[in-house]
Design a protein around this ligand. Structure first.
Ligand SMILES: [Zn+2]
Length: 298
């Protein structure tokens, strides 16, 4: 996680080299799908032609498809996703289904003024999709890390990296990601890394945050306190869940169960017919069936 210009894409690439796992950028994959004219690409084309943003379900399908590939079996780095809480929740469900829960969520922290300056220098290679910065991370010339047969990267400035749109992007980013950060903080997955300094310094902080886990990366007492409060809330919720399970009816013989169901139904409809004012029929029926039990207790 990190605002546009926080350097998370660059750091993800460095982690790819060090850990030997792929970086999964949903934006790049989507562009590739559209270029290749796959089913997903066509679906995205249709959505975008209608002037809409690609929906969460399509984005999750893209991720599901990508993480199934052989190079992602040892792990992967998600870059640029999730951006909203709904996406975060969808991703958690998908990862649970696949049996590969997320290990950590890293937040790259940079001040707003620095972000605007950085973005104006950003360039992307149209051949290999690598991201450079003409000020802080220029490509080598000649290039040895572009696609085969190309000795120079073909750099271009993305429209949304142009200064006029940057401030609006930062505002939208803040608004959308604040709930996502709380979501991951509450889940105990968030690691915050200061993303100011040399590339190597930031990579070292990143690796320390990943290796050290939650406690080492906890940057403020307020955050730890909030997590502790969440854990307490969760602990308090547990007895309620246990009670709910205990209240579930014990498995009866089929005939008896059917008879009981019928009885419950008629009690319900009787209650509904009586039309007790301001009380739902279900509750009225429950009260009725519970009453004798209370008597026998006394
Ligand atoms: Zn290139």
């Amino acid at each position: 996680m990190g605002a546009p210009g926080s350097g998370k894409g660059t750091q993800a690439q460095r982690l790819v080299t060090k850990l030997g796992i792929p970086q999964i950028s949903t934006g790049d994959i989507l562009r590739q799908h559209r270029k290749d004219g796959t089913e997903l690409g066509k679906r995205a084309d249709a959505i975008m032609a209608a002037g809409k943003l690609v929906d969460d379900a399509t984005m999750l399908d893209i991720i599901r498809d990508r993480v199934a590939q052989p190079d992602a079996q040892r792990g992967f780095i998600l870059d640029g996703f999730p951006r909203t809480q709904a996406q975060a929740e969808g991703l958690a469900t998908l990862m649970r289904d696949l049996g590969t829960p997320i290990d950590a969520v890293v937040l790259f922290e940079v001040g707003a003024d620095e972000l605007v300056r950085r973005i104006s220098g950003r360039r992307t290679c149209s051949l290999c999709n690598k991201v450079f910065n003409i000020y802080s991370a220029p490509p080598a010339s000649p290039a040895t890390d572009c696609v085969e047969g190309s000795s120079e990267h073909q750099l271009f400035q993305r429209k949304d990296d142009q200064e006029g749109t940057v401030k609006e992007r930062l505002r939208v980013y803040e608004e959308n990601t604040r709930p996502v950060l709380s979501y991951y903080s509450d889940a105990g997955l968030l690691r915050t890394v200061s993303a100011v300094g040399s590339l190597e310094e930031i990579t070292q902080r990143l690796r320390a945050a990943l290796a050290g886990g939650e406690s080492a990366a906890a940057s403020s007492p307020a955050k730890s306190a909030r997590r502790a409060a969440t854990r307490k809330r969760a602990a308090r919720r547990k007895p309620a869940a246990v009670r709910a399970r205990a209240r579930k009816p014990v498995r009866r013989k089929p005939a008896a169960a059917a008879a009981n169901k019928g009885a419950r139904k008629s009690a319900k409809s009787a209650a509904a017919k009586r039309r007790v004012p301001r009380k739902p029929a279900k509750r009225a029926a429950k009260r009725k069936t519970r009453a004798p039990r209370r008597k026998s207790k006394r």
